[in-house]
Design a protein around this ligand. Sequence first.
Ligand SMILES: Nc1ncnc2c1ncn2[C@@H]1O[C@H](COP(=O)(O)OP(=O)(O)OP(=O)(O)O)[C@@H](O)[C@H]1O
Length: 277
Amino acid sequence: METLEKMTPKICLGGITKEYIAPRTGQRTLAIADVSLDVFQGEFLCIVGPSGCGKSTILNMIAGLARPSRGELVMDGKPIRDPGAERGVVFQDYALFPWKTVRENIEFGPRYRTAGPLSASERDRIVRHYIDLVSLTGAENKYPHELSGGMRQRCAFARALANEPEVLLMDEPFAALDAQTRLILQEELLRIWGEELPRAARKTVVFITHGIDEAVYLADRVAVMSNNPGHIKTIMTVDLPRPRRESLRATAEFQKLADAIWQLIRHEAYEATIDRH
Ligand SMILES: Nc1ncnc2c1ncn2[C@@H]1O[C@H](COP(=O)(O)OP(=O)(O)OP(=O)(O)O)[C@@H](O)[C@H]1O
């Protein structure tokens, strides 16, 4: 793996603090404090941590869906203030339009893109490409309720990818899926990300998960977060060979990394399961 530290970051969080203020009561929640993080071109970065440590808050800020209270947040040297087509987001609950077919969902971005209209044939080419890429061929005219969870998530991928974003922001995209579908989609995601391509040709991915094995399997680096207030405890480099294969999960190196991450968060993960109020 190239040394990331020598590269210019694609996304840079500098000393970010986020405090939520409830509109009616004025109650303040300090979600994260003084978080600094660099994400590099073509990197697959996973964020893990106990419930409520601020993982989604970080992702939403990079997506431009929330603003930091303090600190600097930039992509390619420009401040992130709003959502943008160069940053695609995939959520756990698919976030598809239920009244649109697979094809219409995927076509939404190319149809309404802000960078100028595309011809019908160009739009069609893009949509067809991403339908094929996520293996939804044959399901184009189905509605989301007619699809399995795995198929819905494939559709959500394709919808995000059809905007041709440079960065993919994924908030627990596989959490609602059964274990086998999750394993299959992890492999597919690595293929779609561009595991076989040089780093410059890959997308940059920030991926939130509760699954430590999932993080180790997918990531180049894993940012491990902690609570009260949310902050990054450590960043682990996953120096395992690519392309990754199922058999990797059974290796001592894989298990050692997964165990080291679990030891970092197990106490807080346990605490997060207990309601003390
Ligand atoms: N819109 C909001 N208004 C007020 N508080 C919020 C809001 N969004 C998140 N929070 C609070 O900020 C903290 C961090 O939440 P966040 O959802 O970012 O954590 P998380 O690590 O993604 O959690 P989980 O793993 O459970 O999804 C939590 O205490 C949460 O209750």
